[in-house]
Design a protein around this ligand. Structure first.
Ligand code: HMG
Length: 402
């Protein structure tokens, strides 16, 4: 029996670049019908990181927001984990840079987790169990999902890029989402659907096969979840959820996922419930693109920040997928007051304030990022959490908090 502690997400912080590319502009430049990217893939815009931005700076900004939102100085955090598949070093974890930039205390576990887009969920689940078991002794866990999703220019994956980080502060008696203990359906298999060889900055992907692997993993994890929670007493199984958030590499993947899941339920019109159960979770992802590890949690953020308070007290289902592959279907109950707390992050306003790039500017940024991990530090305006460059093999950043 698991201890019956109420454990889950106490606060969320989100960071994304201040510039984006309009997918219709990219389509035009590539000689593709804009409707293919906007409707066919379901993405309006994708975030493009600046030259002083990397996985560390995005993670640090998201973490600072999550801590500030919970009025935490960080003294109450005992575990800091960053899930990422676009780390900045083969050995030193992104989490250590974040610990330094945020001036977090030394009495904590600090590490990085990796399994493609599932890496953040792996960290989340072990941190939740650390708190539930009592080993945390009242301390909180800070789990950050941070990535820059990058495919080659002019490849099929190009329109499914993006960048961003979502930080989750986990604790007992959470104020955002109480996660169900012992009710996690899992599925894993060794496949080559998407990967990034050690010598490459760009991901390699067998695109259509990756969609098949995603759906197979969804089915496996959902069936496993059902075996733990028991069958639906009446109606379709997924109607026990007031909403669903899927891993969203691009919006259409969530459409395919939902159609598949409702088909498993035996729903003869599997798309009819899409807007009701999934629509709100896609608003922010369609503005930012794929953020790999953070993708499910960006969808959850979108769901909570754009729904009404009737979602509070209701159960939501969450699906995390990482290529390679590992997947998890789990659930939680939205806490009272969570909607107002999420709306106070003002994410829609922050998205609207971003700068639009031309395709030429985007291509120049992509080319310059090739040299990013070896360039000498550049003079930069003293803004917090800037990546400056590499000096004597050390990555250097602008001012943090101390
Ligand atoms: P593609 O071959 O360029 O596109 O690659 P397509 O030909 O399959 O068309 C896409 C959709 O647009 C289709 O709709 C077309 O019908 C439609 P669907 O049949 O899928 O419903 N379409 C149009 N719609 C309107 N107007 C038009 C038009 N033309 C076509 N004129 C693909 C698409 C997603 C494969 C590619 O972008 C890719 O490889 N992306 C990267 C891989 C990916 O995101 N895979 C998702 C599953 S794996 C995953 O989620 C893990 C991941 O996040 C990584 C990790 O775990 O770390 C990627």
């Amino acid at each position: 029996m698991l201890p019956s502690r109420s454990v889950g997400i106490d606060s969320i912080g989100v960071a994304f670049p201040a510039q984006y590319l309009e997918l219709a502009d990219l389509a035009e430049a590539r000689g593709v019908a804009p409707s293919k990217f906007v409707d066919g893939l379901g993405i309006r815009r994708m975030a493009v990181p600046a030259q002083d931005e990397d996985t560390v700076t995005l993670a640090a900004r998201a973490a600072r927001e999550a801590l500030q939102h919970a009025s935490s100085s960080g003294e109450d955090v005992g575990l800091l984990a960053v899930g990422t598949e676009t780390a900045v070093d083969h050995s030193k974890p992104v989490a250590s840079f974040v610990q330094g930039l945020l001036g977090l205390p030394r009495a904590m576990r600090v590490f990085e987790t990796k399994h493609a887009c599932y890496g953040g969920t792996a960290a989340l689940q072990l941190a939740l169990d650390w708190i539930r078991s009592g080993s945390a002794r009242g301390k909180k866990a800070l789990v950050i999902c941070s990535d820059i999703a990058r495919y080659g220019v002019r490849t099929a994956g190009e329109p499914t890029q993006g960048a961003g980080a979502v930080a989750l502060l986990l604790s007992e008696n959470p104020r955002i989402l109480q996660l169900d203990a012992g009710q996690s359906g899992v599925f894993a298999q060794d496949v080559n659907d998407f990967w990034r060889p050690l010598y490459s900055k760009d991901a390699v992907v067998d695109g259509h096969y990756s969609v098949k692997c995603y759906l197979e993993a969804l089915e496996g994890a959902y069936r496993d979840y059902q075996s733990l929670t028991g069958p639906a007493s009446e109606g379709f199984f997924s109607d026990r959820f007031a909403a669903l958030a899927y891993h969203v590499p691009y919006g259409k993947m969530a459409v395919k996922a939902h159609r598949h899941l409702r088909g498993l339920d035996g729903d003869p019109t599997p798309e009819a419930s899409f807007d009701r159960l999934v629509g709100a979770s896609l608003r922010f992802p369609s503005e930012i693109g794929n953020v790999y590890t953070g993708s499910l949690y960006l969808a959850l953020t979108s769901l909570l920040a754009t729904s009404g308070t009737e979602l509070e007290g209701q159960r939501v289902g969450l699906f995390s997928y990482g290529s390679g592959s590992c997947a998890e279907f789990f659930s939680g109950t939205v806490c009272a007051g969570a909607i107002a707390r999420m709306q106070s992050l003002r994410i829609a306003e922050r998205l609207a304030a971003r700068r639009k790039l031309t395709v030429d500017e985007y291509e120049a940024i992509m080319a310059a990022r090739e040299r990013m991990d070896s360039r000498a530090p550049e003079a930069a305006a003293p803004a917090p959490f800037q990546y400056l460059g590499v000096e004597e093999h050390r990555r250097t950043y602008g001012p943090g908090l101390s």
